[in-house]
Design a protein around this ligand. Structure first.
Ligand SMILES: [Zn+2]
Ligand SMILES: [Zn+2]
Length: 352
């Protein structure tokens, strides 16, 4: 079958590899659509971050070169013995977290905080940028009627956004700011709408992304090249937002996000970082503010699909380009690294 494999930073290849085979407790999926994610770009441009290179990953027992792609939907075509959650023919999305099931976090059900955390499609064992992939039964969620496969490919990134908002201190009626209106920032804006934030502000350089942020629910989008973001947000909100979401991984933005919150405000870091970011801790201390991180999601895929059925996180509004597996390197990764006006690029895994 055809698959995209990561070899090292700046070296990803579309190749023909063996089709994965089903085993007891496992589900074989014919992949339909897979989204290109910020993490895929980080691995491409500056990896490895999650890709195991020297040692095999604790759970997948696999290492580079590995098949990538962790935001995908598809159809079950075969199940191993003992599988009861799904049957052949079912449309599914995959919750790609790999966790050990044995560490302290896993034992408390917080599998996204597993000390061996990995992702199917980043940490070995297969992935969505392939015609087929095989996953453990517990990773599969059956899609409800009415959700398209394209929509299914957005469940994973929308789950990150919804988890970020759910773990924040935001209450209905609160004010929020989202720093960065790339795909994840835009999904956070929608998750804030779902959580009944009263005022949502965006901070974004790209005019295309700023327009999209307004379309999806941001009241005002500030261009940090043209205005002092912190002053403007304080002015608009009468002192600062209750919660700021940092979704850029640009070092200077972290301090801005903290400073844009009101006293006792909270900053939620959603980005994965390529470098260090410095902050003045007094700006946290003297206003009793909080800074919190979130990683991935847990126990939230069904809720995301429920919200999608209500009209949130719609693919038609977020997908700006559809490409084939063959064109991934040039049309996908290189385009996304170069142009910042794209939102979500989806990859079709089956050749038509
Ligand atoms: Zn992702
Ligand atoms: Zn664990």
């Amino acid at each position: 079958m055809k698959a995209l494999r990561w070899y090292e930073a700046n070296d990803i290849r579309v190749e023909t590899i063996d089709e994965p085979v089903t085993a007891p407790g496992k589900v074989k999926i014919q992949v339909e659509w897979t989204g290109i994610c910020g993490s895929d770009l980080h691995e491409y441009a500056a990896g490895p971050i999650f890709v195991p290179v020297k040692e095999p990953h604790y759970v997948s027992q696999d290492r580079a070169p590995i098949v990538t792609g962790h935001e995908f939907s598809g159809r079950v075509i075969e199940v191993g013995t003992g599988v009861t959650r799904v049957q052949p023919g079912d449309p599914v999305v995959v919750e790609p977290i790999l966790s050990c099931g044995e560490c302290a976090a896993c034992k408390k059900g917080k599998y996204n905080l597993c000390k061996h955390l990995g992702f199917h499609g980043l940490s070995g064992g297969g992935g969505g940028f392939a015609e087929y992939t095989v996953v453990d039964e517990h990773m599969v969620h059956k899609m409800p009627d009415g959700l398209s496969f394209e929509q299914g490919a957005l469940v994973e990134p929308a789950a990150v956004a919804l988890h970020a908002v759910r773990l924040s201190k935001l209450k209905a009626g609160d004010k929020a700011a989202v720093f960065g209106a790339g795909p994840m920032g835009l999904l956070v804006i929608e998750a804030l709408r779902a959580a009944d934030a009263s005022e949502i502000y965006g901070v974004e350089l790209s005019p295309e992304r700023a327009a999209k942020a307004r379309e999806l629910g941001a009241r005002v989008v500030i261009n940090p090249k043209e205005e002092n973001v912190v002053e403007r947000l304080q002015e608009l909100t009468n002192g600062g937002v209750d919660v700021a979401f940092e979704v850029t991984d640009v070092p200077v933005v972290l301090q801005q996000a903290i400073d844009a919150t009101i006293f006792e405000g909270e900053t939620v870091i959603v980005s994965i970082w390529e470098s260090e970011a410095s902050v003045q801790p007094n700006n946290v201390v003297l206003q009793e503010r909080t800074v919190k991180g979130i990683i991935a999601y847990r126990d939230i895929f069904p809720a995301v699909m429920e919200l999608m059925q209500q009209g949130y996180f719609q693919a038609e509004k977020l997908v700006t380009k559809r490409i084939s597996l063959d064109d991934m390197v040039t049309e996908g990764f290189k385009a996304l690294v170069k142009e910042k006006n794209h939102i979500k690029i989806l990859v079709k895994s089956q050749s038509v």
